[in-house]
Design a protein around this ligand. Structure first.
Ligand SMILES: Cc1cc2nc3c(=O)[nH]c(=O)nc-3n(C[C@H](O)[C@H](O)[C@H](O)COP(=O)(O)O)c2cc1C
Length: 244
């Protein structure tokens, strides 16, 4: 690594910061680079059902801070990053993955595709539509019922209801959020993830469609010493670690 911290130092340095130093600026380009690094996080089926809204305008920061229930972490932030789940973009993302696969397979007739290549194409052309298509939650329950019956006889994928698919998308977004915060920590920049927010108001401020969901708002800046609330507290490791 160049000037930034090693991974373990970044993990130790990252704390949720509730008060940022108003006299210390952060570089928009570095925050943008950290967002780019966040997109390298893994996503379920590589569907990348996310968007990253990088808020640098003080006017919009002020509005979002109110929607963050006036939390000091948002009010004192120099910038904000809003991680948005876009489950509604599944068709577009499946198409992008299909196009990417076709590009990597090269110019050859379909009859020459290997079984692995055919499987990969079917994954995005058939399996993803099966998993993501829903109609007011009805198909989801139908698919869930089918998988439950199959599951009586053999291992079966069960996360097929609308609520399951939302969790699938939020899990991946959460991994991006942590990758972003660690990238920021490696740059000696501070963050705080926030879900104590009025997500509907934030969607309105950012002109987001109703079908989108706010995963997290992450405030960014440089910590004031008193902006870290006390020593880190974790449940004793042995009580949450189970080796089998
Ligand atoms: C999903 C999520 C939501 C959180 N929401 C808030 C929040 O709304 N406001 C806040 O001050 N901290 C929030 N936190 C930060 C936690 O309180 C914090 O991570 C925890 O106390 C551990 O402290 P540390 O991050 O400094 O290790 C959130 C953390 C996560 C992961």
């Amino acid at each position: 690594m160049e000037n930034n911290k090693s991974l373990i130092n970044a993990i130790n340095y990252r704390r949720s910061v509730r008060v940022y130093d108003s006299t210390k600026e952060i570089d928009t380009k570095i925050v943008k680079k950290c967002i780019q690094q966040a997109t390298l996080a893994p996503t379920s089926s590589n569907m990348q059902l996310w968007e990253f809204h990088h808020i640098t305008s003080q006017n919009i920061i002020d509005k979002i801070a109110v929607a963050c229930l006036d939390q000091s972490s948002a009010k004192t932030a120099k910038q904000l990053v809003v991680i948005v789940v876009r489950k509604d973009l599944w068709k577009k993302r499946a198409k992008s993955n299909t196009e990417h696969l076709l590009n990597t397979f090269g110019d050859k007739p379909k009859s020459e595709y290997s079984s692995r290549e055919k499987f990969a194409l079917n994954y995005y052309k058939k399996l993803m539509p099966f998993v993501y298509i829903d109609f007011f939650g009805v198909f989801g329950y139908l698919k869930y019922g089918i998988s439950w019956i199959i599951g009586l006889f053999k291992p079966s994928y069960r996360q097929l209801r609308n609520s399951d698919m939302r969790i699938v998308a939020h899990k991946s977004a959460g991994l991006a959020a942590q990758t972003f915060m660690l990238s920021m920590a490696a740059e000696n920049y501070d963050t705080c993830p926030m879900e104590g927010t009025d997500t509907l108001r934030i969607k309105k401020i950012l002109n987001l469609p109703l079908s989108s969901e706010i995963n997290m708002v992450i405030s960014c800046g440089i910590r004031k010493p008193e902006g870290v609330y006390g020593e880190r507290f974790r449940i004793p490791f042995e009580s949450i670690y189970k080796q089998w």
